[in-house]
Write a protein that binds this ligand. Structure first.
Ligand SMILES: Cc1cc2nc3c(=O)[nH]c(=O)nc-3n(C[C@H](O)[C@H](O)[C@H](O)COP(=O)(O)OP(=O)(O)OC[C@H]3O[C@@H](n4cnc5c(N)ncnc54)[C@H](O)[C@@H]3O)c2cc1C
Length: 384
């Protein structure tokens, strides 16, 4: 039988550290690319300190918002406060429809929600996890290893290394490579407000954000501050700002309250404000005043129409991705380190983060794919 020249060469050893969405997707593409090329002279070790793909389970409230159907790359990248320019090139090589095709091939049917978020038809993140695992089992030459990697010294036997650890507790590992890192800070989370006095559970809309954010101008009071779409968006935009910072929330339009006062001149200001926002909140902002609304000055009406909140910290609830991560300046367009040989990064460990809506997982899919392609071609080129 004719022997392939591959068999005479020492197998190429590839390590992926972190089997979350980005590392797992990257592994599937590496295995698929090698299979297409009929190349078997490699070993792929995928390390995870916890259970592989555990982090996909809570996504999208267990429904897994896989990506977003925004079809223009220019519009898509507007949803990343950090990493836009870098992602433009990545998305031009692997975009939302490529990922959807990939998931459909794995047997995951998808649908687009009204707001363009894309979910599996099963509405089950567990299905995504299970189908990705089934996909992996089709291939050979890989090992899924339950182990924490603490430093680059533990990876010295590998020819190619991919770091996909996400953004939690991985600083020491990244520093062991001397790879520059921008400090991680929380994003897409609830916010804690100074001297907070509003009742938990009340939902409101910030009219001053409505034009730009649409339904994402809605928020809900928690026991310590605000949560919901508006809080997530603000926490993302201001992720790199120092605390405290102030935000202003417009609860009702002055013209609207003036119309109501004209129609009901004898009613108290608290009653009139209650016609526009929940009574519990109206009572707090007017101090439950019984003064006739027609006697309230324009300046005071303006004061009642706005909440001025001082944000003192982020809280631990929400979608919580982290801004910060591996500094993109020291990576090439394939997410390969410019300062370490044969080292790549993908997913949330990169200094890239997006808004809610499937944008963070799309970062994982697209960077995972680009890394897989580059790792495979670096090995194939060498073996030629
Ligand atoms: C509650 C919640 C809901 C979310 N919902 C959505 C959503 O619907 N859509 C969306 O787009 N985004 C969502 N996100 C964000 C999204 O989940 C993340 O961006 C994504 O999981 C990042 O994937 P990753 O593979 O880069 O990192 P991670 O998911 O963090 O995975 C990293 C993996 O690496 C392993 N690891 C870490 N360090 C080491 C080490 N030293 N050695 C070995 N293994 C290690 C970890 O155990 C983990 O399995 C959500 C986030 C949260 C918290």
């Amino acid at each position: 039988m004719e022997q392939s020249c591959q068999d005479n060469i020492k197998p190429q050893k590839i390590a992926i550290v972190g089997a979350g969405p980005s590392g797992f997707y990257c592994a599937l593409w590496i295995l698929e690319e090698f299979k297409k090329l009929n190349f078997n002279n490699f070993v792929l070790d995928i390390f995870d300190k916890s259970q592989a793909l555990r982090t996909i389970l809570p996504t999208g409230n267990q429904r897994c918002n896989l990506t977003n159907a925004t079809d223009d790359i220019e519009d898509f990248i507007k949803n990343y406060p950090r990493g836009k320019k870098f992602l433009y090139s990545i998305f031009s090589r692997h975009f939302n429809y490529d990922s959807i095709e990939f998931f459909n091939k794995l047997g995951i049917a998808t649908y687009i929600q009204k707001d363009k978020r894309i979910f599996p038809k099963s509405n089950s993140s567990k299905e995504v996890k299970d189908k990705m695992f089934e996909g992996l089992k089709k291939y050979k030459n890989y090992h899924l290893i339950h182990k924490k990697i603490n430093s680059k010294d533990e990876l010295k036997n590998y020819d190619r290394i991919i770091i996909s650890t996400g953004s939690r507790n991985c600083e020491n590992l990244i520093r062991s490579f001397n790879q520059p890192l921008i400090p991680f800070k929380k994003s897409l989370c609830a916010l804690v407000v100074k001297d907070f006095i509003y009742p938990k559970g009340v939902k409101l809309k910030a009219l001053n954000y409505e034009q730009d954010y649409g339904h994402e101008s809605e928020f809900i009071f928690t026991d310590k501050g605000i949560s919901g779409p508006l809080a997530f968006k603000i926490s993302s935009i201001k992720s790199r700002d120092d605390f405290p910072y102030s935000i202003e929330i417009e609860l009702f339009k002055i013209e609207k309250i003036k119309d109501l006062i004209k129609q009901n001149p004898k009613k108290s200001i608290t009653t009139i404000v209650s016609m526009l926002i929940p009574k519990t909140i109206a009572k707090i902002i007017t101090d439950n005043s019984t003064i006739s609304a027609s006697n309230v000055s324009d300046d005071e009406l303006k004061k009642y129409s706005k909440l001025n909140l001082t944000i003192i910290s982020s809280s631990d609830t929400g979608e919580i991705v982290n801004s910060g991560g591996v500094d993109l300046k020291y990576l090439d367009k394939n997410c390969k380190s410019k300062i370490n040989d044969n080292l790549w990064f993908c997913g949330e460990v990169l200094d890239i983060d997006g808004f809610c809506g499937g944008f963070n997982l799309q970062n994982c899919w697209s960077t995972g794919f680009v890394v897989a392609k580059d790792v495979v071609s670096s090995i194939i080129e060498k073996e030629k």
